[in-house]
Ligand binder design. Structure first.
Ligand code: FAD
Length: 504
């Protein structure tokens, strides 16, 4: 097999829900329903979502060990809501630190708007490796297989399934493959899907290491540079270790981490001293490329997370976006594998998530401009700072960054249609507590409606006291409102639209 070969008709909407792979000559036996390339936050979250529906999942991760770097990432409101919806939030809170929901847009520090529409209106700072570990552990507890030290090298698909070739030549086969293998995605490359956008203009070195000069000397130099517009910080991280962030000498296309010598050189250039840095714990680099995959699906192969979109870390949205991709895709792909997906359900993944990421790319472009020290962008920044004193502007930007403002285009209807529903109180406690299994939910305040033949996929909660201002609504497994109304026939039509044919 050519390592970068893809044989499916790229225009195929592919509504096949086949359970058996025709054993063509030389084909590997079926290993899993879905193979996921990459066990980062997106891949681990997706694996768990698929397992909620008994889909056999194999995750292939190139690294033999979990990442050793300690990058603190911020989980925004919508991701926290999703974690609450799946019963994971309490565990994350044990490992993270809450911060107020403010200062997200270009680090302009406007106060958090009053009454943000969420029971989880804060930011949770948590080390990325801890988060990935918890997500991976949950996926495995639910029955996903994770194989480390297994890197995907090639992909070939046909009408029946996907053959995945590993770097050691082993071939595995599944009904579907999802590339969650990061910004340099091998899967995306194998599909030949374009990754349009702007290349990196700058690169930043980031790492943890010890310093070899007195701390007062460090503090004085850091304070001096703090008064300039240089992208630099060096701050104590506990245990004698300092976190160092400094611009790289140029932009490289290398996936390899930088060396300590790279840090020393750049520190001397920026700060006039290398602070005697030594004993690094980890060293990394990141760029400010802004790119998005032109398509999220080619036949039986899909892309999610950084494999589908990259952008500078300003606003802390990349990981959040990936986790949210996973929750949008998980139940749709599961429906496809289980054989009950309505035609075109799987294609709604791209229809819904591509515009969301395009909007994030745009807001990071805008934020990056606002960080420039040029007089023009600085003037726009001052103007925006003034505008953010208006509650509606501030609220709009926070809802954008935290992803609670998203409304999928599900057709004409009330404003709530297509939006996520906040965690409202219901007779049994909290609504999100009823969504742990990743099923649909009919919230019926009339106590008249039924989910009939869809009861194997959709739960019903009859509760006239539920704190929502509509008679009935249908929630998809990702917590978005798919229907609002009070008529049984109308409901049945929408149950068919999202959950396929009713059971016999
Ligand atoms: C400095 C910095 C700060 C950030 N802060 C935030 C923040 O606060 N909030 C936020 O939301 N985001 C933040 N991000 C972005 C966030 O880290 C990424 O968006 C996120 O890691 C993407 O997750 P992913 O699972 O899609 O991809 P990745 O995390 O890149 O995971 C991909 C996985 O695939 C594996 N892999 C790669 N190739 C193969 C292969 N061929 N076969 C098998 N496995 C493979 C990799 O080893 C890796 O484990 C930050 C990024 C940076 C650089």
């Amino acid at each position: 097999m050519h390592p970068l070969q893809s044989t499916a008709d790229p225009s195929s909407s592919d509504a096949v829900g086949s359970k058996s792979i025709a054993g063509g000559a030389g084909r590997a036996p079926l290993t899993a329903d879905v193979i996921i390339a990459g066990c980062g936050p997106t891949g681990a979250m997706l694996a768990a979502e698929l397992r909620l529906h008994d889909v056999r999942v194999l995750v292939l991760e190139k690294e033999t060990e979990p990442a050793s770097f300690v990058r603190i990432v911020g989980l925004h409101i919508r991701s926290l809501e999703l974690m609450a919806m799946r019963g994971l939030l309490e565990r994350l809170l044990e490992h993270g630190r809450r911060r107020p929901a403010r200062g997200f847009f270009a680090a302009i520090d406007a106060p958090a708007p009053e009454g943000l529409d969420s029971a989880h209106a804060y930011l949770l700072g948590i080390p990325q490796p801890v988060l990935v570990h918890l997500l991976e552990e949950r996926a495995m507890d639910l029955g996903a297989q994770v194989r480390r030290g297994r890197a995907v090298a090639g992909v070939e698909q046909d009408d029946d399934g996907v053959t995945v070739e590993l770097t050691d030549g082993e071939q595995l086969r599944s009904h579907y493959l999802v590339g969650c293998d990061g910004g340099r995605s091998t899967v995306r490359g194998a599909l030949g899907v374009g990754f349009r956008g702007e290349p990196a203009r700058t690169e930043t070195l980031m790492g943890e290491m010890e310093v070899g000069v007195p701390l007062e000397e460090v503090a004085a130099t850091v304070a001096e540079i703090g008064g300039t517009d240089k992208r630099f910080w060096l701050r104590p991280f506990g245990g004698g270790v300092h976190q160092v962030v400094v611009p790289a000498a140029g932009v490289s296309d290398r996936a390899t981490p930088p060396t300590l010598e790279d840090f020393r050189q750049q520190l001397r250039t920026i700060a006039g001293t290398d602070f005697g840095v030594h004993s690094p714990r980890w060293l990394s680099r990141f760029g400010d490329a802004t790119r998005q995959a032109e398509r999220y699906r080619v036949g039986r192969v899909l892309l999610a997370g950084d494999a589908a979109h990259v952008h500078p870390p300003i606003g802390g949205q990349g990981l959040n976006l990936g986790v949210q991709d996973a929750v949008n895709l998980g139940w749709k792909l599961a429906a496809q594998v289980r054989g009950w997906a309505p035609e075109a359900l799987l294609d709604t993944y791209q229809a819904e998530r591509h515009p969301v990421a395009a909007d994030v790319l745009d807001n990071t472009r805008a934020q990056m401009e606002l960080l420039s020290s040029e007089p023009g962008p600085q003037a726009v920044r001052r103007l925006l700072t003034e505008l953010m004193a208006f509650d509606e502007v501030n609220r709009h930007l926070i809802e954008k960054i935290t992803a609670i403002g998203i409304r999928y285009d599900l057709g004409e209807g009330p404003d709530l249609l297509g939006r996520r529903l906040r965690d409202i109180e219901v007779r049994q406690g909290h609504l999100y507590g009823l969504l742990h299994r990743g099923r649909g939910l009919l919230l019926d305040r009339t106590e008249r409606l039924t989910v009939g033949g869809w009861a194997d996929r959709v739960d019903r909660l009859a509760d006239p006291t539920a704190a929502v201002d509509v008679p009935c609504l249908l929630l998809r497994p990702d917590g978005h409102v798919a229907w609002i109304g009070d008529g049984q026939q109308d409901l049945d039509d929408h149950l068919s639209r999202w959950f396929g044919e009713p059971a016999g």
